[in-house]
Design a protein around this ligand. Structure first.
Ligand SMILES: Nc1nc2c(c(=O)[nH]1)N[C@H]1C(S)=C(S)[C@@H](COP(=O)(O)O)O[C@H]1N2
Ligand SMILES: [Mo]
Length: 415
């Protein structure tokens, strides 16, 4: 913002009492609008008529996890993070959805006409569905998040993309897995299903039959279009609220079985530790402030809306609270989007920053009444000392702190 604009306070927001403090130099006056001649729009080409693109001024991009190159030197691991710091609303644009592809050197290119889904094992009628067969069945459309177990903040992380970018939220369209299982007739004694992907590492995972018959989707649609190749085109499993690895992409086979199958993709979901629920399947209530967040900059004291995302594998998010004093006091935030089950919800809280250093954080409570824990609470639960090295076993849903320095810069405050 240039200085002349800053000193001119006769903007359209003058006297905007609803956001007291906003007019106090924080917002550029209407004089800042460039003359029409400068508003040149890129020519409308046949390509842009056929398929749109975002403004060249919008540059938000995904990036690989900070700790390693992605894909790695063997072309095997592929972990790419969503730029949550730029997110608005609750839906992640498909082109910015995080990507986690395990031990697979490429994204399979699958011709949907050739693709088949086989359901077999402990069923009365093993069936093979084409994409057309699936699309003739009753469909459902639901908003759900996906989160990778690797989504955990570290002291070295510089922004919310690095601390939390391995979760994204989309509108998924498909058929309920329960519908398909009814077609096949599940036999008594069955207790698990194993979903298998079409690429060479298969991305197989075991899911409890109860979950499979509840709210799982076999999805082909994502945010109003076919699922993108990086997300599993043409077909993937959505296992709402479960850890990312269960959401088998390129799904081509579902076997109904009577035990947990150890698969190549598995890394210890069965655990003798009695506290193993924390290692397993369902993501706990989690939230993070995306604005202001580390790497961003506040332009002086005054009004801001603290904004962020909250989600839980245990149902819908019931409440989000925000603290601007390092957790001493909390205020209830408002929801800016509908709070669907196992979906990101956008929260917001109006706040007047006094220009002093402070630490802001959020915590949420889900439908089950479970409250997002601090790292200290998690360490106590697992009987471990709270050091920077303390790693929450399983999914890490602990509270994230951001420190705002008096110069308005925002930092990762690892507590
Ligand atoms: N077929 C297949 N499915 C897969 C994987 C994979 O490598 N292959 N990765 C899993 C992991 S670890 C995660 S976190 C999610 C990521 O989904 P996304 O890439 O659409 O974000 O997909 C899961 N499903
Ligand atoms: Mo993952």
């Amino acid at each position: 913002m240039d200085k002349t604009m800053k000193s001119n306070r006769r903007g359209f927001l003058k006297g905007g009492a609803a956001v007291a403090g906003l007019a106090a130099g924080a917002v550029q006056s209407a004089k800042g609008i460039p003359p029409e001649a400068e508003l040149k729009v890129k020519g409308t080409t046949p390509e842009l008529i056929a398929y749109g693109e975002r403004s060249p001024f919008v540059t938000s991009v995904r990036k690989p996890v900070a700790e390693r190159d992605s894909p790695d030197m063997f072309g095997l691991m592929f972990h790419v993070l969503t730029p949550l710091q730029d997110s608005v609303g609750s839906i992640t644009p498909s082109s910015l959805h995080y990507v986690a592809t395990h031990r697979g050197s490429f994204i399979p290119q699958i011709d949907p006409k050739e693709h088949r889904l086989m359901i077999h094992g402990m069923v009365d009628r093993p069936l093979i569905f084409t994409m057309d067969d699936l699309k003739r069945l009753p469909t459902v459309t639901r908003v759900h998040f996906i989160e990778c177990i690797g989504n955990r903040a570290k002291p070295s992380h510089k922004n919310v993309q690095e601390t939390h970018g391995m979760t994204s939220n989309s509108e998924w369209t498909g058929v309920l897995l329960s519908t398909l299982l009814k077609e096949c007739g599940v036999q008594s004694g069955a207790s698990w299903i194993v979903g298998e992907g079409a690429e060479e590492i298969k991305g197989a995972s075991s899911v409890p039959l109860g979950k499979a018959q509840d709210d799982c989707l076999v999805a082909w649609g994502m945010n109003g279009e076919p699922i993108r190749p990086q997300q599993g085109f043409p077909l993937r499993l959505i296992v709402p609220g479960f850890e990312g690895i269960f959401q088998t992409k390129y799904v081509r086979r579902i076997k109904v079985v009577d035990r947990y199958y150890m698969t190549y993709n598995d890394y210890g979901h069965i655990n003798p530790d009695p506290k193993a629920t924390a290692l397993g399947n369902q993501i706990g209530p989690k939230s993070v402030i995306t604005y202001p967040s580390a790497g961003q900059q506040l332009n002086g004291p005054g009004f801001y809306e603290i904004s962020g995302l909250a989600w839980s594998g245990g149902g819908a998010v019931r409440t989000v609270e925000v603290s601007t004093d390092k957790g001493q006091t909390w205020k209830k935030a408002d929801f800016r989007t509908p709070a669907f089950k196992m979906a990101h919800v956008r929260f917001g809280l109006g706040w007047k920053w006094d220009g002093k250093e402070c630490v802001i954080l959020s915590r949420c409570t889900d439908d089950l009444g479970t409250v997002q824990p601090s790292r200290a609470e998690a360490a106590k639960y697992f009987n471990k000392p709270l050091t920077d090295d303390f790693r929450v076993p399983g999914a890490d849903n602990t509270i994230q702190h951001w420190r705002i320095a008096s110069d308005g810069s925002v930092h990762n405050e690892f507590v």
